[in-house]
Design a protein around this ligand. Structure first.
Ligand code: 1AL
Length: 332
């Protein structure tokens, strides 16, 4: 089984995920489920409602039934696996949980989602306390927009991670100039030299990096090599503007960077020659490229980047392929 946890978390708050409803959140807020950071805990920190938890925690049920939370994914996509993390919930974790998923367009309300076609992607499974449980999804081809986390009967879950591949809605890409390297458009990191401090996926996140941790940062190199990352574009396109952003990298920005493209016919072309970079700076370069499918970013010698943006239109064939893929895998 491939390690699905290296795929982006489609539900994380920083990609736009939202917990839109829950049966109960008496002890701790449902929104905590999607926090991007590792669950934190301070023992003996009691508020007016009990011990404070960095997770979702319901009351002890005194009636039949079970608790649930409804989550809108930040990005539509194919779910490869799910992590249900009961970190710090030791005497109050739910003994069982399951996850369902559905596809729904037009920004539905929680009530409207009841009528959607729900598919069980993680059948009911036992949970332990204070542990991250990983489950391969039972449907990895359908595109989903929402998930429902069920816990039986009640208790606390710190995090829900929904790892998968982004499948973009072509309506927001075709005929437009788009960021071909944006995760939200379906771009992804294929490989990299180093992810010591943070993942290169971070370079492809929306918006600006608020801190160094929200970008890609590598360890200090002690050899003659250089760090690199290889990115599959959202779909093949021609790149007209590249943005290499070193914001927040003040004493660890790379000295130089280069971009090499893999073209749609498998050739290679340097599209940005080795170019000087400055710390804490958004650099922009106008480019003229052939039809590109993948890009390799080399940074010299190490450091990282806050963001990488590659703006341009899709090729006519990519527009058609994206539309076919979307229509094949979405259930209207
Ligand atoms: N000490 C606890 O954690 N108790 C409980 N939960 C909170 N948040 O206080 C409980 O009853 O499940």
């Amino acid at each position: 089984m491939t390690d699905f946890t290296s795929l982006p978390d489609l539900a994380v708050r920083t990609l736009g995920g939202s917990v839109i409803a829950a049966s109960d959140e008496s002890f701790a807020e449902k929104e905590n489920l999607l926090n991007p950071w590792k669950p934190a805990f301070r023992p003996e920190t009691f508020g007016p409602k009990g011990q404070l938890y960095d997770g979702w925690e319901t009351a002890r049920r005194r009636t039949p039934g079970h608790d649930w939370a409804l989550i809108r994914l930040g990005l539509p996509g194919q779910i490869h696996g799910i992590v249900i993390d009961t970190a710090w919930f030791r005497g109050n974790y739910p003994p069982h949980a399951s996850v369902e998923a559905c596809f729904a367009g037009n920004h539905p309300t929680a009530n409207e989602l009841e009528a959607a076609h729900w598919v069980e992607v993680v059948p009911t499974a036992p949970l332990g306390g204070d542990a991250a449980h990983t489950f391969a999804a039972t449907d990895t081809t359908s595109v989903f927009t929402h998930v429902r986390l069920n816990m039986f009967p009640d208790g606390g879950i710190a995090r829900l991670r929904v790892h998968g591949r982004v499948v973009p809605d072509p309506a927001y890409l075709t005929g437009l100039t788009v960021d071909l390297a944006a995760l939200e458009n379906g771009a992804r990191v294929l490989d990299c030299s180093d992810r010591f401090y943070s993942s290169p996926d971070n370079m492809l996140f929306p918006g600006q990096a608020r801190t160094q941790a929200e970008g890609w940062e590598t360890a200090r190199r002690r050899d003659d090599g250089n760090d690199w990352a290889e990115i599959a574009l959202a779909a093949p396109g021609t790149i007209e503007l590249a943005e290499l952003d070193t914001t927040n990298l003040k004493f660890n920005a790379p000295a130089e960077a280069r971009l090499t493209a893999t073209t749609v016919d498998g050739g290679h072309a340097v599209i940005l020659p080795r170019t000087r970079l400055r710390p804490d700076t958004r650099h922009r370069f106008r480019l003229k490229t052939p039809e590109v499918a993948k890009v390799r970013l080399d940074i010299y010698p190490d450091g990282g980047l806050a963001r990488l943006r590659l703006w341009g239109p899709l090729t006519p064939k990519a527009e058609k392929d994206l539309t076919t893929n979307w229509n094949t895998h979405t259930r209207k």
